[in-house]
Design a binder for this molecule. Structure first.
Ligand SMILES: Nc1ncnc2c1ncn2[C@@H]1O[C@H](COP(=O)(O)OP(=O)(O)OP(=O)(O)O)[C@@H](O)[C@H]1O
Ligand SMILES: [Mg+2]
Length: 258
């Protein structure tokens, strides 16, 4: 059975004086453990698509199946990480990580140990009793990742989680996120504006065109790059030629859009 199946998704937004066709007939499958990136121009519907996959928006048409079941019923199986970390400033790092289980009234004592382990693995174990405003942007995104992982979601959705970070922090965090997701064998979908990031992190890249958002092309990242850390991939000899291939398609798409 396909792990995640996105079937004929279309989305239209209506308001009293406007109408936007955000997505048209989007179809793709993601297998378990796969890392997929969505790239495309601003406004092509990437966030809309993630929100539909997360079950937060009911699409105008089509459906999303996780292990054969409709996504609306599977909401708790999804972890969502955003550009902004949305940590609560009045809660400690540990309390922020345990927020999801806390809301679900899950008081399982092993969760605290798991939170400690995740923070430790992310190199920020010493911050567990600190407050978010004492942490750098990169550290806060690590907390955000730990909070996303604590509920052991089947699917991770990452909406530009690195785009607010400086370049060096972003590269370090790419490695950390990729290795964490690999260790825990997570299936992930990343939205990014950055072609290099998409290549470094993913197995598959989907390029969307805009107005309305449609799948323009799908790329399989060369296997040798898939098996490396993002940092190593960026420095591999295959990287520049594959980058050019994706870049060219993106340019074709922009020239068509005029
Ligand atoms: N709640 C909404 N109501 C009306 N229109 C919306 C709504 N959310 C998004 N849109 C429109 O749908 C289209 C897709 O928006 P979306 O935010 O999904 O794009 P995106 O690819 O994530 O953009 P970006 O790269 O800038 O984050 C845009 O034209 C946007 O204006
Ligand atoms: Mg967006």
């Amino acid at each position: 059975m396909t792990f995640l199946s996105v079937k004929n998704i279309s989305q239209q937004y209506f308001s009293h004086n406007s109408y936007t066709k955000a997505l048209e007939n989007i179809c793709f499958d993601v297998s378990e453990g796969q890392f997929l990136s969505l790239i495309g121009p601003s406004g092509c519907g990437k966030t809309t698509l993630l929100s539909i996959i997360a079950g937060l928006i009911t699409p105008t048409a089509g459906k999303v199946l996780l292990e054969g079941k409709e996504m609306a019923k599977e909401k708790l199986q999804i972890g969502y990480m955003l550009q902004q970390d949305y940590l609560f400033p009045w809660k400690t790092i540990m309390e922020n990580v345990l927020l999801g289980p806390h809301i679900q009234k899950n008081r399982d004592p092993s969760l605290k140990e798991k939170a400690e382990q995740l923070l430790e693995e992310m190199g920020i174990g010493q911050t567990k009793n600190s407050y978010p405003n004492h942490l750098s942007g990169g550290m806060r995104q690590r907390v955000s990742l730990a909070r996303t992982m604590i509920t052991d979601p089947k699917l991770l959705l990452l909406d530009e989680p690195f785009s607010a970070l400086d370049y060096q922090t972003k590269l370090k965090l790419e490695n950390l996120v990729a290795s964490t997701l690999k260790t825990y064998k997570k299936t992930s979908i990343l939205v990014t504006h950055d072609i290099e990031e998409a290549i470094a992190m993913s197995d598959t890249i989907i390029l969307l065109s805009s107005n309305p958002g449609k799948i323009h092309s799908t790329f399989t990242v060369p296997e040798e790059l898939q098996n490396m850390t993002p940092f190593e991939a960026r420095h591999h000899t295959t990287f520049p030629s594959f980058f050019k291939k994706v870049w060219k398609e993106m340019e074709n798409l922009e020239s068509k859009a005029g």
